[in-house]
Design a protein around this ligand. Structure first.
Ligand SMILES: [Zn+2]
Ligand SMILES: [Zn+2]
Length: 171
């Protein structure tokens, strides 16, 4: 391209070069605009996902999508239930949260990734963590030899009445 600037250059070529110089800033402007939109969208999605995740971590019991939606709305009034579901799905696929099916047959979400068992209340559907029940260093390879399966996880579940429901049942 440097030869275009040489002394033997003709008038037409000069015009063509000038046209190119004018067009370059336009292309850059469009690209910067698209990048800005994508960046804004990405940072909005990241913010939504972080708030959904924090809501699960800060919840006492294992919340449902509806509960999470109501909580997140106080901070992000524009968010929809579909967006909350989409974020829950991404967090689950990324291994950040687990899904536990409650007595209400709804999906409840759990941000505690340490091995633990659950107590599910059959009356109010609350799900409580039960720690120290599962041996932390169980040798799952022994199970593989025993039943011929490859074990990825173990879910231990207790069902019954939680303390508040038990107290109410005794009144
Ligand atoms: Zn209960
Ligand atoms: Zn749990």
């Amino acid at each position: 391209m440097a030869t275009l600037l040489g002394p033997q250059q003709e008038a037409g070529e000069k015009c063509e070069l000038a046209l190119v110089v004018i067009q370059i800033p336009k292309i850059i402007l469009v690209d910067v605009g698209v990048c800005m939109i994508m960046k804004t969208q990405r940072s909005r999605e990241t913010k939504q996902r972080r708030i959904v995740y924090d809501t699960i971590l800060n919840a006492d019991l294992h919340p449902t999508a509806d509960w999470i939606f109501q909580e997140v709305r106080t901070e992000l009034p524009q968010i929809s239930l579909a967006t909350v579901y989409r974020n829950l799905s991404v967090l689950r696929e990324n291994g950040k949260i687990h899904e536990v099916v409650g007595a209400d047959r709804k999906a409840h979400y759990d941000g505690n990734l340490d091995p633990h068992a659950h107590f599910i209340c059959t009356r109010c559907s609350d799900i409580w963590d039960v720690n120290d029940v599962i041996e932390k260093d169980v040798d799952w390879r022994a199970l593989k030899d025993l039943v011929g399966c490859e074990v990825h996880e173990c879910n231990l579940e207790f069902r019954g009445l939680c303390p508040p429901c038990r107290r109410n049942a005794n009144v």
